[in-house]
Design a protein around this ligand. Sequence first.
Ligand code: TYM
Length: 339
Amino acid sequence: MSNSEGKKVVLTCAQPTGRLHLGNYLGAVRNWVDLMEGNECYFGVVDMHAITIPYSPANLRANVYECAAQYMACGLDPEKCNLFLQSSIIGHAELAWILGCICPIGALERMTQYKDKSRKHKDALNSGLLYYPVLMAADILIYDADIVPVGEDQKQHIELTRDIAQKFNNTYSDTFKLPEAVIPKAGARIMSLQDPSSKMSKSDPNQNGTLYITDSPDVLRKKIMSAVTDSESDVRFDPESKPGVSNLMNILEAVSGAGFESIERDFAGKGYGDFKKAVAEALIEKLKPVRERYLELREDKACIESALARGNSAAQRRANRLMSKIYRKVGFLNIEKRQ
Ligand code: TYM
């Protein structure tokens, strides 16, 4: 148990790269909502991470509002959790520098996300892309987080965070807790509807493969009805030989709570058309309140700004506590305080 009131500290973040897709929602944000009660939660919009690939500053600014509005539309209540903007908090970049000085380059070169992204951005390969997981480790460790709820793709980064924390503790004496990744049972890895061998992502060149939580019901229906399946006709969970159908089953399980066996039973003898319709309708129903709330919130910049301002103050207070300890341990003088 972690903070002064014995609550666990939960920290997690998403990049403001535009609209949240269904993977972000099922693998991450909707699970954060359940953690708000009984824990001390920090949910970040990590704009500093979003500049590691080519971007436009004007889009980034707009996307921060979009991302915060979508967080709130999904149910993150700024009265019950701290929504913060990474670049507003002093300490993330400073701690990342310190952690970078104990993190071997080889460990960063082994990160799957780095390997994927460096392949995609061959012509614009910058050091930020390699350094990204160190900044992520700083995001987590600066809050002394107990729990980091994420989708499966972030597991490797959290393992690296634990290794870095352990190395810091061994080098400078016990400072950081080793944070635990919490990965949901259903929805931890949602795949593209058009290429079920790669994960659903915003940068998918075929946008029909990516479902956004703010897509209209018509768009959601259209994308799901045209999802890639296979030449058979039975609804059966078999990710190896039926990756498209299995991905849709994953989505239906995560949205409705029905297990794979009961889905298989419900659709025995029926074709893929009926199955896809059921997936689409269940998803549309689930996302209806999220979309309605989002359409209201996106018009209300003041509400988003006040939520972030509140969250930023709380995040900065917590970050300051650990940062002064860290500065002392690594040998940085605090001249100002001594005068
Ligand atoms: P990001 O912005 O790519 O994704 C945000 C969250 O969504 C999850 N996710 C998925 N889950 C299931 N299926 C998918 N297809 C899918 N795609 C994304 C991610 O696992 C994540 O939980 N590096 C992080 C952001 C970050 C962070 C942090 C996370 C920066 N600092 C500190 C936790 C703690 C990222 O790029 O997430």
